[in-house]
Design a protein around this ligand. Structure first.
Ligand SMILES: [Zn+2]
Length: 362
């Protein structure tokens, strides 16, 4: 982003920063596969699966009108400019720096865009959407390249192998803390007859969170943390014994892991949120975990760190959080949560958040 930083005279607003902890091999070609800027002001993008996009907005200055742009990994072959129409001055595809593709939408000088309304949303593993303007329908002609609705087909076998390799690499990426000093309770939500939320294609919250919790536990153990799970199989477990275990063992922190469901099972609702009950420690722990889960869930909206009065985080005597790792009812989240590799990534994210908290607070 060197180029952007030199534009001191202009105000710019980074809308979304999505980094991936996993260092993927350098890709020779652009992650952008197709785009369409429709006459209702909605920009749709198709990318490689699980791409990490960065979107920016810059107000008009002497040289340019209001501009919105998205950066993709990988270089496109032919930089080009597509002449706009109506309120759209032009759309440019370029490579601002080596290894990056940039899609710029520049508006006509008199058209002012409100950047605070902009939010780039992942609607599927390879599809993105952002409403750029509130123009009346058909106020300009749709501009596009390629087919944005084509779905990507990946070979699951190859993907699985790549995932395993990521995991092995990433154990080394987890922060080191003093061994045999800390104790943590991991609480997989629900269990047994209580399956929690049931989502797309019968995806059950209890299965997802148990798998993730087991991996979190394993990772923390490897880092020298003493870990207790409130359950490690499909059993019914009331809320009180979960709290009692944490309070009795004087655990340093308590982390409850859940997956979300939206009312009416709306597939368009996805996102990550982490709750704490009180105190700066609880809040900090929630922030660390939330941030890490978002990193491995590109496009899934950040629903934020929030105060919540859930029994397990209210009644525990130590910093306690409840993480909602995605919606089993959401199209984007459910596809991921049913994928073992993604669950491992989420587990890594949670373990990383916990370790960073312990490192900081001690
Ligand atoms: Zn739950």
């Amino acid at each position: 982003m060197r180029k952007i930083k030199t534009h001191y005279f202009a105000r710019f607003l980074p809308l979304i920063f999505l980094y991936n902890i996993i260092s993927l091999p350098v890709k020779p070609s652009s992650e952008l596969a197709a785009w369409s800027f429709r006459s209702n002001g909605v920009l749709e993008l198709r990318t490689r699966k699980n791409s990490n996009l960065k979107a920016y907005f810059q107000k008009a200055n002497k040289l340019y009108g209001d501009r919105f742009w998205v950066d993709f990994n990988g270089e496109l072959l032919n930089p080009r400019t597509i002449k706009g129409n109506g309120p759209v001055k032009e759309i440019r595809l370029g490579k601002p720096v080596r290894g990056t593709t940039r899609l710029v939408i520049e508006f006509a000088p008199q058209k002012s865009i409100n950047p605070y309304q902009l939010k780039l949303i992942g609607v599927d593993e390879n599809k993105w959407k952002i409403k750029l303007t509130s123009f009346p329908l058909n106020s300009f002609k749709t501009m596009k390249e390629g087919n944005v609705s084509k779905s990507s087909v990946a070979s699951p076998k190859r993907k699985d192998l790549r995932g395993l390799r990521d995991i092995n690499l990433r154990i080394l990426d987890l922060p080191n803390i003093r061994r045999n000093k800390y104790s943590v309770v991991i609480d997989p939500g629900h269990g047994g007859l209580d399956s929690g939320a049931v989502g797309i294609d019968g995806l059950k919250e209890t299965d997802v969170v148990l798998d993730v919790s087991k991996i979190v536990t394993k990772l923390l153990l490897e880092k020298g943390v003493s870990v207790k799970m409130t359950r490690n199989k499909e059993v019914d477990l009331d809320l009180s014994p979960r709290v009692a275990l944490a309070n009795k063992t004087k655990s340093d922190i308590f982390v409850s892991i859940h997956a979300n469901a939206s009312r009416g099972k709306k597939r368009s609702i996805n996102g990550i949120e982490t709750f704490y009950y009180s105190g700066w420690r609880g809040r900090l722990l929630a922030e660390k975990i939330q941030k890490e889960i978002l990193k491995v869930s590109p496009g899934s909206p950040d629903r934020g760190v929030r105060k919540g009065g859930y029994f397990v985080i209210k009644r525990t005597n130590m910093p306690a959080v409840l993480a909602e790792i995605g919606f089993v009812t959401g199209r984007l989240d459910a596809r991921r949560l049913e994928n073992k590799i993604h669950r491992r990534r989420v587990a890594f994210a949670i373990a990383k958040g916990i370790l960073e908290y312990l490192k900081r607070v001690g």
